[in-house]
Write a protein that binds this ligand. Structure first.
Ligand code: B1M
Length: 231
């Protein structure tokens, strides 16, 4: 059977997850949208669709990109397909009846245009009741400083996906120190090449390995802030 003959709605859950990973690999945007909607119709929650089908699919793309099997144009198609699936899930991930628990400014650092993970973190934070100001990609230190001054956030989130751009996070943190505002804000960092040790070394409050950890960490820090303020 060729891919054209596959009727997504007829696949069971396991086969559909597999097929969506294949379709993401092939950059098939409409199929990703269709698969996402089928899973929603079957009662799957948005987070499971995201992690099991889309993020896992992108992990496989990343491996073949690294190994020189896939190239930038193909990976761009995969990224667009992933974003189409995320656009369907966005309202579900961001909806919250809860009062705002805090404010976060987030952006990908200078020299880096990867934004899927950062977008995901933003959505999940909104879903957890945070107000999120998204600065987009390729942000020099001035953008972060201007956003902090304008929005007075509780948290600054920075994303970097390249080993060449992750050191820029320290440039931003050092500038916050220089300006005497480092202690006024929590700094969370994330992105595939980072780890806890790096987070500590550059002076961040925490490294977040994924969006769920970012949400949990942000909530914990906000609780701590409110407890200190109350005591
Ligand atoms: Co890029 N790329 N890429 N790429 N790309 C990587 C990162 C790479 C690991 C691929 C590989 O070789 N295996 C590699 C980096 C190697 C390295 O630095 N050691 C790489 C490279 C080399 C490049 C180029 C240099 C390629 C070239 O041009 N020759 C180029 C650089 C462009 C630039 O930024 N200046 C490039 C370009 C691109 C595309 C444009 C084609 C596309 C990006 C499209 C887009 O984002 N709009 C792309 C993609 C898609 C990838 C991979 C395949 C997938 C990234 C992704 O979206 N993952 C990636 C491979 C990989 O990461 N394994 C790769 C899914 C996403 C949900 O996960 O982003 O990790 P992630 O986010 C997670 C966590 O990390 C965390 O939570 C997220 C959700 O759970 N997190 C945070 C992320 N940010 C956070 C911020 C926080 C908290 C948590 O703040 C609080």
């Amino acid at each position: 059977m060729s891919d054209d003959d596959i009727i997504l709605a007829e696949l069971d859950d396991e086969a559909l997850v597999q097929q969506m990973q294949d379709d993401l690999y092939d950059g098939l945007k409409e199929e990703i949208e269709e698969g996402t909607n089928i899973f929603l119709g079957r009662g799957w929650n948005a987070y499971d669709i995201l992690t099991k089908a889309l993020v896992e699919g992108m992990r496989i793309v990343g491996e073949d990109f690294r190994d020189g099997i896939l190239f930038v144009p193909e990976v761009l198609l995969s990224a667009n397909a992933m974003k189409a699936g995320m656009a369907i899930l966005r309202p579900l991930l961001t909806e919250t009846g809860a009062p705002k628990v805090g404010k976060m400014v987030i952006g990908t650092v200078k020299g880096d245009i990867h934004d899927i993970g950062k977008n995901l973190v933003g959505m999940m934070m909104e879903g957890a009741g945070f107000e999120v100001i998204d600065l987009g990609i390729n942000n020099p230190v001035e953008d972060y400083l201007a956003a902090i001054e304008e929005h007075q956030p509780d948290i600054l989130g920075m994303s970097a996906l390249l080993t060449t751009t992750m050191p820029y996070m320290k440039v931003v943190i050092d500038e916050l120190k220089q300006k005497g505002i480092r202690e006024d804000i929590f700094v969370l960092v994330g992105g595939a090449p980072l780890n806890e040790e790096f987070g500590r070394a550059i002076g961040a409050d925490a490294y977040c390995k994924d969006a769920a950890v970012a949400v949990e960490t942000a909530k914990t820090l906000m609780k701590r802030k409110h407890n200190v303020a109350a005591s």
